[in-house]
Write a protein that binds this ligand. Structure first.
Ligand SMILES: Nc1ncnc2c1ncn2[C@@H]1O[C@H](COP(=O)(O)OP(=O)(O)OP(=O)(O)O)[C@@H](O)[C@H]1O
Length: 589
């Protein structure tokens, strides 16, 4: 049974529809009287309860503009015109039909055929009515035939108004139209709910975003914890939408949103961009409960951080960064702890032009084979084109290394590998030989190699670095240190910095914190360096030394460590230790 609301602009229509309603059994008709604004209010209040609305003329048009269900307009039929014109024949005085073209044209023809002395006037806008009627009045017209608005206006001016009422045939025709529209709507609604169900069952989040960056559709809006507005205004999403609008091409990107890494595929449809989002993994998946550290960090976009230094080694590294950042081949950075490998990786990442996918840091010393498996299963292999920085790869277990290798091979096969940047301690080749790093993994990841020497081998960098770190801490502790006295500077430059730039950075921060004047002096430097020399925790080398061993054993360990750092080159190791090669060989026995 179709449920229809009839909004009748005049009383006579209420009556005639009531009469007909007894004759139809497939449409349940509720009839209410309401003209224009009144009619609209009735329609708006009741629209939820009905399948469609039936009304007439101006009231029907007004309702149509404001409700979400179909509105059927009772058309004025030829019979209606004929009946009403015949009625007017009885009037004495000049008569005119004032109506919209759909009525006025037919009326003019009927007047001609029947030889009726009735004029026809066509209006196209409601607001013309009053002006036209006063023109007619001035020309001696007494009777006006028309729609509800015309007739009411005529009466106000003292003219006779005759309403073109709708007859039974016109109403029956409108009910027929209601049946047709209802059938069509039901079919469309069924289709729509089917598509909606498909979209809602889709695991992906699907957004439609307009060219003005407004979210106009989301398939999971009520289910997900994502705020649509917030999503649409995310910087990365705006960039993707913008790029898709300009290029018109499909794009696959990854973005960080709500601590998740998402794969975003975008495509252009007419003026809008459709985005398909798949959750890859959440940061917390890799959080160490005890330390609170993340084994995997996802950084949406990192700003460019310059690398300070004027030594030849730093200049060479800057040149390599510039060259390698133009490709997507894997890069391996070798260097002692804290000497700037991470900074180099970030620099390569941010030198890339255009859209920046997230920078993903995998801290290998915190990452178990199991977690790596989870990342792979969570969809890391699905077209994530970000930069992945594998930090201190030699600390990854053999199992995890094998897993990583198979992932890399799989991604290469599909041609959608992320940009790999790997860091390791000094002597990666030696580590490969000793079995600490898988040979195939090394070959895969070391298409380009950057070897950054320790700070003690590029002392020309120290002065600039000190100035940089002073300026970074300038006002941090309420101190306004602006420099280091000459003799203190020489002492700092001559120091060996086993913990490299990180140690220098921490030392300068401490010096600034403790400073008593604008300049850091020799005495202050001397004290801090002496303290560090006696504090085993401050020495990178001693970090790995087991102090419970005998002196001979410790000596052996140190020699072994230096050998590794010198890629097992005995001459270089001996030179660094200040002994000759024979002594070195004897001590190792
Ligand atoms: N040339 C440089 N200019 C400015 N800052 C630097 C430079 N080199 C290193 N740093 C700073 O020193 C600190 C340590 O550097 P970084 O973390 O890059 O070392 P790393 O070699 O990656 O360390 P790890 O071996 O622990 O992975 C960082 O705060 C970094 O910003």
């Amino acid at each position: 049974m179709i449920k229809a609301l009839v909004v009748a602009p005049y009383e006579g229509l209420v009556e005639i529809v009531k009469e007909i309603s007894h004759e139809v059994d497939d449409i349940h008709l509720t009839i209410k009287k309401g003209n224009l604004k009144n009619g609209l209010k009735i329609a708006l209040d009741a629209q939820e309860e009905y399948d469609l609305i039936i009304s007439r003329g101006g009231t029907a048009s007004l309702i149509q503009d404001h409700v979400g269900i179909p509105v059927i307009d009772i058309q004025v039929s030829g019979y209606d015109i004929l009946r009403n014109l015949t009625l007017v024949k009885g009037f004495v005085g000049k008569a005119c039909i004032v109506a919209f073209p759909n009525i006025s044209r037919g009326a003019a023809t009927i007047c001609d055929i029947l030889d009726l002395n009735i004029e026809t006037m066509t209006i196209t806008k409601d607001h013309e009515v009053e002006r036209r009627l006063s023109e007619l009045k001035n020309s001696g017209f007494e009777v006006v035939i028309g729609d509800v608005i015309t007739v009411e206006a005529a009466k106000k001016m003292g003219l006779n108004g005759v309403l073109i009422t709708s007859g039974k045939e016109a109403i029956l025709e409108s009910l027929e139209e209601a049946r047709r529209v209802y059938r069509l709507f039901s079919r469309l609604n069924a289709d729509l709910s089917r598509y909606q169900a498909i979209l809602e069952k889709d695991n992906r989040l699907i957004f439609i975003i307009s060219s003005t960056h407004k979210v106009i559709y989301c398939n999971h809006s009520s289910l997900s914890d994502i705020n649509e507005e917030e999503f649409g205004s995310t910087k990365e999403i705006q960039k993707i939408v913008e790029e898709t609008l300009i290029s018109g091409e499909k794009k696959d990107k990854s973005v960080v949103f709500h601590d998740y890494l998402w794969k975003v595929s975008s495509s252009l449809h007419e003026e809008n961009v459709i985005l398909y989002l798949e959750k890859l993994f959440h940061q917390n998946l890799f959080k160490d409960i005890d330390t609170g550290q993340f084994a995997v960090e996802i950084i949406p976009d990192i700003p460019f951080t310059p690398i300070t230094g004027r030594s030849d080694s730093t200049k060479k590294v800057l040149y390599q960064i510039n060259k390698f950042s133009k490709t997507i081949d894997p890069i391996w950075i070798e260097g002692e702890e804290g000497n700037g490998k991470d900074l180099i990786a970030r620099s390569i990442y941010s030198s890339k032009e255009g859209y920046h996918e997230p920078f993903i840091i995998m801290h290998c010393h915190l990452l178990s084979a199991d977690q790596l498996r989870q990342i792979i299963q969570a969809g890391f292999s699905q077209n994530v084109q970000s930069t992945v920085y594998l930090r201190r790869i030699e600390t990854l277990s053999r199992d995890a290394q094998h897993l990583l290798l198979s992932l890399i091979k799989k991604l290469n096969q599909y041609g959608n590998s992320p940009r790999w940047i790997t860091s390791s301690g000094v002597g990666a080749e030696a580590m490969v030989r000793k079995g600490m790093i898988d040979r195939d993994l090394y070959d895969e990841l070391s298409r380009f190699v950057i070897k950054y020497p320790p700070l003690r081998e590029r002392k020309e960098d120290i002065k600039n670095l000190i100035q940089l770190f002073i300026s970074e801490n300038h006002t941090k502790y309420g101190k306004q240190v602006i420099g280091v006295r000459d003799d203190a500077l020489v002492r700092l430059i001559n120091y060996d910095w086993p913990g490299n730039v990180r140690q220098l950075k921490q030392t300068i921060e401490q010096l600034v914190q403790e400073a008593q004047s604008y300049y850091i002096g020799m005495e202050q430097v001397q004290t801090i360096l002496e303290k560090m020399e006696f504090d085993p925790n401050n020495d990178a080398l001693s970090n790995d030394i087991d102090l419970t061993l005998t002196l001979e054993e410790i000596e052996k360990q140190i020699i072994q460590k230096v050998l590794e750092e010198e890629e097992m080159n005995q001459s270089k190791a001996a030179a660094r230790l200040g002994i000759n090669r024979t002594t070195l060989w004897r001590k190792l026995k």
